[in-house]
Design a protein around this ligand. Structure first.
Ligand code: NIG
Ligand code: FE
Length: 429
């Protein structure tokens, strides 16, 4: 285990080259190298280019003496690992029953108002112990890894009290330490108003700011702070108060914005310099323009719109108006119980009018930018981590074309082969 790999003869080396978020038209260029090769040493990309050039400068002896693992990617496309920049992956219990209620016509917000939804998961997460949360967390990370995700963001927000919020963040931290995937933690203490604070949202925001946030900051338990800014959840004023406070204490800012009602969350994201604003189904023109000017990444979560049967966010309009757009799964037990990257590709290309190139950019370099990591992940550039996906097919076009199906054959994390498709091999006489 030394993080040394050479990948050669790739039909396409889809580099997604770049070190910052790609806006508008920039999202269309994937900087593909045909017959490409890539050298990763000590987990970091050392060289990228045509196979002939790379091999001419590579000492083959280091393969023979087993210092480097060699992978022949003939007939395969090679891409940066996917970055899933918005998930709620640590939670107790499930909400299959609520899914069936939604099928019969109950809305997501109605279910929340009567104590279900997020508050239902809060009950089961408060009850869950750390071991149980670790076991399901690892299982979920393994599933994501097999779909080509090498970095994932995970939020707290199913505690809404000090102990459970801290417990979730401790689990996220432990997952980051024990699993090959990088797990980026976000404190979402203001995800819903807990029953014990009914009618006292301002008092709850005070509690989060005064009691939970300082511990999260002191113990370095999160890198980002997020809030569910929505009608009947937290207002613009309350969200701003919390996020400004978190920002002053060194956390970076994300915001669940303009998902169900056009409340002005995108304008707020621009005003306070959020790294990303997420959902944006109802975002106003003014808000989107402000986000473009302020360089806020628009993170779209089509799996959620799909599961809630809401119209998709207008990603086409955002790209045409020069925003940097990222895509993510929003994996969570309620509004989108799916970590499926193939589903996100299908929805973005077939229903949101993204080109395949734009969708790839949105799940790689722009996902990295949504986590403020475009300088270290999200593309196959020299100096970045060797986080790589090898497809079963010769072109990245197969990702949405093989609709809803995993096209990933191998995943490499920091130069280590961490997933190799376990093909079922039946012998027919
Ligand atoms: O991003 N909208 C708020 N939060 C999550 C859903 C969480 C849940 O329903 O458990 C979301 O969709
Ligand atoms: Fe979410």
């Amino acid at each position: 285990m030394n993080g040394n790999i050479i990948i050669k003869n790739a039909a396409q080396l889809v580099t997604c080259s770049g070190f910052k978020a790609k806006k508008g038209k920039e999202m269309s260029d994937l900087y593909v190298i045909k017959d490409g090769a890539l050298v990763i040493e000590n987990g970091t990309i050392q060289s990228v280019g045509k196979t002939g050039e790379i091999l001419a400068n590579f000492d083959e002896k280091s393969i023979q003496d087993k210092r480097f693992v060699a992978i022949d990617a003939s007939g395969k496309a090679v891409l940066p690992g996917f970055v899933d920049s918005h998930t709620h992956l640590v939670f107790g219990g499930y909400r299959a029953q609520e899914f069936s209620w939604r099928l019969r016509g109950d809305s997501y917000m109605e279910i929340l108002k009567r104590g279900g939804g997020i508050l239902n998961t809060v009950k089961s997460t408060r009850r869950a112990n750390k071991e149980g949360l670790m076991t399901t967390g690892i299982r979920r990370l393994n599933a994501m890894l097999s779909l080509g995700v090498t970095t994932v963001e995970g939020k707290s927000g199913y505690g809404l009290d000090r102990d459970t919020e801290i417990k979730q963040l401790e689990v996220l931290k432990a997952l980051n330490e024990c699993h090959p995937m990088d797990v980026v933690s976000t404190f979402l203490g203001a995800h819903a108003l807990p029953e014990e604070y009914k009618g006292r949202a301002d008092v709850f925001i005070d509690f989060i700011i005064e009691t939970v946030l300082p511990e999260v900051v002191d113990r370095h338990l999160a890198e980002f702070c997020d809030v569910f800014c929505e009608k009947n959840v937290f207002s613009i004023r309350q969200s701003k108060r919390l996020l400004m406070n978190a920002g002053k204490n060194g956390l970076k800012i994300k915001i669940h914005a303009d998902e169900i009602e056009p409340l002005g969350g995108s304008e707020l994201a621009a005003e306070i310099g959020a790294v990303s604003a997420d959902h944006l189904l109802q975002a106003s023109d003014k808000g989107l323009r402000a986000m473009a000017e302020a360089g806020v990444v628009a993170t779209l979560l089509p799996g959620t719109a799909f599961c809630l049967k809401e119209p998709f966010a207008n990603g086409r309009y955002m790209i045409d108006n020069n925003l940097a757009v990222a895509l993510a799964t929003d994996f969570n037990p309620g509004s989108c119980y799916s970590e499926s990257i193939p589903l996100i590709f299908a929805l973005a290309t077939l229903y949101m009018n993204f080109s395949i190139e734009e969708a790839v950019t949105a799940l790689t370099i722009n996902g990295a930018a949504a986590l403020q990591r475009a300088d270290t992940i999200g593309s196959l550039d020299i100096g970045k981590y060797g986080d790589v996906v090898i497809l079963k097919y010769p072109s990245y076009q197969f990702i949405p074309y093989h609709v809803g199906i995993n096209t990933v054959e191998k995943v490499i994390k920091k130069g280590e082969l961490v997933y190799d498709d376990p093909l079922l091999k039946f012998d027919c006489p």
